[in-house]
Design a protein around this ligand. Structure first.
Ligand SMILES: [Zn+2]
Length: 264
């Protein structure tokens, strides 16, 4: 990718991208999703929170100001790879707060927007990824429409996620491709992507596998043949705990600490 003026916060006409109302040099309307994504990209750090009022102030008087309207814009950004949880997703947020958890497509740039849409739109590629992964979440192993352990009412929905976040690939000038895509359930798809380290390299993994005892090799072979890991009650509980919010996990940790410490 060529480094160009496009990489900065200022559009070719000298205005910040998020203040544009029309495409530079045209009469074509510059959409609110574009402005919103540019503002978040350049004005919020990963992990920072923002409110609807802040968005309204930042985008100026010509933004359509209802929360419902802005919410729809945020939803569009989520569809192109942005993770922006609200209080509904994260108990530590206030009702009017959102967190920039990870960035997605640079929606204000035509090139990025089109590239994402091309890749995203392909149902064929998504099907291929899911076929390859056996129609199960590669993180927790759940299949489509299976209910989460202990939660009979909560059916899993499968989606396609990225092993290495797209933002990180872009920063390295690397291209996204199907090897970077994987089947994830909607729940495992949510975590703070920027905190997830890169996946392991084949050679490292092979070293680990070779070190396993004969019995453990047999167990792993069984899992691989079955296409999933047989989970114990403990594994299932742990899987669930991992999906909680940070605060909730802290409560569990405190509980475990108190219930395992012996009074002497
Ligand atoms: Zn999962």
């Amino acid at each position: 990718m060529n480094a160009s003026a496009d990489d900065g916060p200022i559009a070719p006409n000298g205005t910040p991208w998020w203040e544009l109302t029309v495409h530079p040099g045209t009469n074509k309307r510059f959409g609110q999703e574009r402005r919103l994504s540019a503002w978040l990209w350049f004005n919020k750090r990963i992990g920072e929170t923002f409110t609807m009022n802040e968005l309204r102030d930042a985008l100026g008087p010509n933004i359509v100001g209802t929360s419902e309207h802005l919410n729809r814009r945020l939803r569009t950004l989520r569809e192109v790879g942005w993770a922006i949880p609200s209080y509904k997703d994260d108990g530590s947020l206030k009702p009017d707060e959102y967190r920039l958890q990870s960035r997605g497509a640079r929606y204000w740039l035509d090139e990025d927007r089109k590239a994402y849409k091309r890749f995203k739109a392909s149902a064929r590629i998504r099907r291929k990824v899911m076929d390859r992964d056996g129609w199960r979440c590669v993180i927790c192993g759940i299949a489509s429409n299976e209910s989460y352990p202990g939660e009979p009412d909560e059916a899993a929905r499968l989606t396609v996620g990225h092993r290495v976040p797209q933002e990180r690939l872009r920063a390295r000038g690397a291209a996204d491709n199907i090897d970077n895509w994987r089947t994830e359930c909607a729940r495992c798809n949510e975590p703070v992507r920027d905190e997830i380290p890169d996946p392991h390299q084949y050679d490292e993994v092979l070293v680990q596998v070779r070190r396993l005892s004969r019995g453990n090799k047999q167990t792993m072979l069984n899992w691989l043949q079955k296409g999933e890991r047989t989970r114990s009650e403990l594994d299932r509980a742990y899987d669930q705990v991992r999906t909680l919010t940070h605060n909730e996990r802290e409560h569990i940790r405190t509980y475990l600490q108190s219930s395992t410490s012996k009074s002497s």
